[in-house]
Design a protein around this ligand. Structure first.
Ligand code: AMP
Ligand code: MG
Length: 482
């Protein structure tokens, strides 16, 4: 097994990181390996040496050419500035440019203490690694920008959280681990030369098309913000709540990044707070779009030494426009309405109000809506019979609106099924898989992962995985420790 590392980030110099080897896990064992993702770093799943891969993924084998390091950054956490964060338990093992020319960071989470660990132990627990693995792969297969997960490996090394748990590691793959907070760190410490170096690196490697623009730094800000707006519009349309949108968890390339107490919404609730230590609901579901803008303004502030006077103003306008258009376009697709017309926004808002009022499962509602036949006036939803009267007026306006579309019922059904998933990562499904894995049985995890790889397909043999949370899981609280 050979790797061709291209360590561009480590070439920036030690202002940007602390060089450091991972602290490998003793007696490592595979929990899950994402064979599809091996090809991203040019490994062939059928010919890898599993033993060697296990040691790579548990931090005890460092391939020649890697240059392990902990990245430095800072960030705004829950609105307050934390001047010194950095990878406290993650190590960037190195970067590989694959044969398709893509640059991939190999980042091992839970890799031991670093100079940025503060009071932490540098480790990650099994449940949080599994949650990140499932969430990032579920989002990827839904088509939402995200970091990827290559593997979870566990061990018998004890770590203390609310109870004693198993030290585990997740191998995260991404084209970039640069965060909004990476720029904030150099700006707030007044290292403007390094700030420029980081901006140049980001443009060169992630947005090369900006090099030829009149002011590449303005465009870097605007591009990062519009990518963020587009990402958050997708979260809102799919019902995904991130939970910890601190600026150190915001990817400069606009991917979903750093999974903690996230949640895929079940019953539609705009005030949904998945992070139960978020007392004031700063990161509640319906606040995500405005927090994305707040974070983009923090990035604008950090980039001020490099940008022109009106970059921030242009960025705000572009963010808002991108968010609004992307969100309504997606909602139109979910509703099967085609291009946006004047009444579509209110038609969307009204159905969301109804779903909220009657606690309807967001994902299943839209999937069922794809079966509606506009030629029939009958109220269609078996599950909503008890509140059919309340939905009736909306439903008849919806049918009228559908009649303005050119497409026939079968075409609409197919296109709606291609955007309204049947299978999402419901909290209770993740929890059941975690409980089994914690007992050493990873079959449920592997099965759930396979199901989530095909979220839009019908999988009759797995129908129950599309069910709403059973009663016992309604009040499931996810621990925020990780
Ligand atoms: P997160 O909430 O995972 O985004 O982490 C916020 C910050 O805390 C980052 O700088 C992490 O590296 C650090 N951190 C989180 N957990 C640990 C841990 N167990 N040991 C050391 N640092 C940690
Ligand atoms: Mg983080």
């Amino acid at each position: 097994m050979t790797f061709q590392f291209t360590n561009l980030y480590s070439a920036l110099g030690e202002k940007f990181f602390a060089p450091l080897d991972p602290d490998g896990l003793q007696n490592p064992e595979f929990v899950i390996l994402n064979k599809d993702a091996l090809s991203l770093i040019d490994l062939n799943p059928s010919s890898v040496n599993e033993e060697q891969v296990l040691h790579l993924l548990s931090g005890s084998y460092l391939p020649e050419g890697s240059s392990p390091l902990a990245m430095v950054y800072s960030g705004h956490q829950f609105g307050g500035y934390s001047p010194q964060l950095g990878d406290g338990r993650g190590i960037l093992l190195g970067q590989i440019r694959n044969t398709r020319g893509e640059l991939w960071d190999l980042h091992l989470k839970g890799a031991g203490k670093t100079p940025f660990s503060r009071m932490g132990d540098g480790r990650a627990v099994l449940r949080s690694c599994i949650r990140e693995f499932l969430a990032s792969e579920a989002l990827f297969h839904l088509g939402i920008p995200t970091t990827r997960a290559l593997s979870v490996v566990t061990s018998d090394e004890p770590v203390r959280r609310e109870t004693i748990e198993r030290a585990s590691m997740l191998m995260r793959l991404s084209n970039s681990h640069i965060r909004f907070g990476s720029f904030e760190y150099f700006s707030y410490t007044e290292q403007y030369g390094a700030l420029k170096t980081l901006a140049d690196y980001t443009i060169e490697n992630h947005f090369p098309e900006l090099k030829s623009t009149e002011n590449p730094y303005d465009q870097l800000l605007i591009t990062a913000a519009t990518k963020t707006a587009s990402l958050i519009a997708q979260w809102q349309a799919y019902g995904f709540a991130h939970g910890v949108m601190n600026t150190d968890n915001m990817s400069i390339i606009g991917q979903t990044f750093d999974f903690g107490p996230f949640g895929f919404m079940e019953k539609y609730d705009p005030y949904y707070i998945c992070n139960h230590s978020d007392d004031r609901g700063r990161y509640a579901f319906n606040n995500q779009p405005s927090i994305g803008l707040w974070n983009s303004q923090a990035l604008a502030q950090a980039l001020t030494p490099l940008t022109g006077n009106d970059a921030g103003t242009i960025m705000i306008k572009k963010y808002k426009d991108t968010y609004k258009t992307t969100y309504q376009t997606l909602m139109n697709e979910k509703l099967g309405l085609g291009p946006i017309t004047s009444g579509d926004q209110s038609l969307t808002e009204e159905i969301l109000d109804l779903l909220e009022g009657y606690s309807v499962d967001y994902t299943n509602f839209f999937r069922e809506l794809s079966h509606v036949d506009e030629k029939s006036d009958e109220f269609f939803f078996p599950r909503l019979q008890s509140c059919a009267v309340e939905f009736k007026s909306w439903f008849s306006r919806y049918i009228d609106r559908l009649k303005h579309n050119q497409s026939d019922q079968l075409t609409r059904h197919k296109s709606m099924c291609a955007i309204n998933p049947k299978y999402i990562l419901r909290n209770y499904l993740a929890q059941l898989a975690i409980q089994k894995s914690e007992q050493g049985d990873h079959s449920e995890l592997n099965k759930l992962y396979e199901i989530l790889k095909n979220p839009y397909g019908e999988q009759p043999e797995h129908e129950q995985y599309a069910s709403e949370a059973p009663d016992w899981a309604q009040s499931l609280q996810i621990s925020c420790s990780s």
